[in-house]
Design a protein around this ligand. Structure first.
Ligand SMILES: Nc1ncnc2c1ncn2[C@@H]1O[C@H](COP(=O)(O)OP(=O)(O)O)[C@@H](O)[C@H]1O
Ligand SMILES: O=C(OP(=O)(O)O)[C@H](O)COP(=O)(O)O
Ligand SMILES: [Mg+2]
Length: 394
């Protein structure tokens, strides 16, 4: 990556606004996978050891511009403190007088965590006023949030208009690895796309179809494609305004000779709950009012065959609601196939990484990326907004 990093700048005594992606999976206030926090530790340590005053900023969830108590970063601060072995001061906001006063009181090597930046509507709108308020806290902007680098928001991009901007060590590492593995992938090249962020991620599929040999669809993403083919999907998660796009993508796959794989059976539940009534059905037998929460065993078998024979596999998005054991088998099955694959295996995404950890195969992956949507957009070949704003190397 031809961008300056924290290694190229003077850090001693500097106030650094460091954007990280601490959007970790959490259940009832307990962090269920801390990969993203651990991944940022080298950058935070490096800066603190160099004598910087480290001001960390992150989003958590999608609070839509207002304060949501359950989306505060308090549990994250406590966990980071334990990982760093030093106190991390957690503030109640990300801008304002309290924040300015806390920053003014920082000593070299101190680490401070601002509150969820998405509590302000200006964050996702990339509002220049909010970006300026962030910039006024610091002398330098460091972007280490690879997982959020596909968003042009106030704390990921806007802030770089006002203060010098460089990359963190995680950002650098992610881009070096993904760039290397994907510039000329060994074939067969397979992409697996699932998860719940259907509206965001269906947009990258068109581009993926120009690159891959096999495209495997699962999770919430599959339902939109099933409905587009005319199947009744009951109360399953679906993006109804993407049905035409899904149909067009199926056409394009056919024209390009890409093997587009969809579920042939699914695990359905009568409600969205761990103890719901459930059964495995063929995709033409989803009962009215029920929802598809996992791919079925026949589907896993078909996906398994293609994955183990691939030379490069990139996976983002769980195959089902793996957080509930009743709907985790599809994701675990695909994770096992990834383990058996002897080629390059890359898995990315906050929740997908949690899933392969849960399946116990994380160690066997070639690369675990902190980015889900970010990895997919990176694969499209375009530079990510959170990277574009960083200072180029001369
Ligand atoms: N069939 C489904 N219906 C509803 N939610 C699903 C389904 N399959 C997977 N999910 C959910 O998708 C979420 C993860 O999606 P996403 O954030 O897009 O992935 P990642 O974080 O790996 O990039 C998980 O919380 C999982 O429960
Ligand atoms: O969790 C994230 O992405 P992912 O779910 O694709 O892995 C990032 O923190 C980005 O979050 P966003 O999709 O709400 O902008
Ligand atoms: Mg996610």
């Amino acid at each position: 990556m031809n961008k300056k990093s924290i290694r190229d700048v003077e850090l001693a005594g500097k106030r650094v606004f460091c954007r990280v992606d601490f959007n970790v999976p959490m259940q009832d206030g307990v962090i269920t996978d801390d990969t993203r926090i651990r991944a940022a530790v080298p950058t935070i340590r490096y800066m603190a050891d160099a004598g910087a005053k480290v001001i960390l900023a992150s989003h958590f969830g999608r609070p839509k511009g207002q304060v949501v108590e359950e989306m505060r970063l308090t549990p994250v601060a406590a966990h980071l403190s334990a990982l760093l072995g030093k106190e991390v001061t957690k503030l109640g906001d990300s801008v304002g007088e309290e924040v300015k006063a806390a920053v003014a009181g920082m000593k070299n090597g101190d680490v401070l965590l601002l509150e969820n930046v998405r509590f302000h509507p200006g964050e996702e709108k990339n509002d220049p006023e909010l970006a300026k308020s962030f910039a006024e806290l610091a002398d330098l902007f460091v972007n280490d949030a690879f997982g959020t680098a596909h968003r042009a928001h106030a704390s990921t991009a806007g802030i770089a208009q006002y203060i010098p901007a460089v990359s963190g060590l995680l950002m650098e590492k992610e881009i070096r690895f993904m760039g290397g593995a994907l510039s000329n992938p060994e074939r067969p090249f397979t992409a697996i796309v699932g998860g719940a962020k259907v509206k965001d991620k269906i947009a990258v599929i068109e581009n993926l179809l120009t690159k891959v040999d096999h495209l495997i669809i699962g999770g919430g993403m599959a339902n939109t494609f099933l409905k587009a083919q005319g199947y009744a999907i009951g109360a399953s998660l679906c993006e109804d305004d993407k049905l035409d796009l899904a149909r067009s993508l199926m056409e394009q796959a056919k024209e390009r000779g890409v093997n587009l794989m969809m579920p042939i059976d699914v695990v359905v539940a009568d409600r969205f709950a761990a103890d719901a009534e459930k059964k495995t059905v063929a995709i033409d037998a989803i009962p009215e009012g029920w929802m598809a929460l996992d791919i079925g065993p026949k589907t896993v078998e078909a996906y398994h065959r293609v994955i183990v024979e691939s030379k490069t596999v990139v996976w983002n998005g769980p195959m089902g609601v793996f957080e509930m054991d009743a709907f985790a088998q599809g994701t675990i099955g695909v994770a096992r196939a990834m383990k058996e694959c002897s080629g390059t295996t890359i898995i990315g995404g906050g929740d997908s990484v949690a899933a392969v950890e849960k399946a116990g195969v994380a160690e066997e992956m070639t690369h675990i990326s902190t980015g889900g949507g970010a990895s997919l957009e990176f694969m499209e070949g375009k530079e990510l907004p959170g990277v574009t704003v960083l200072t180029d190397n001369e």
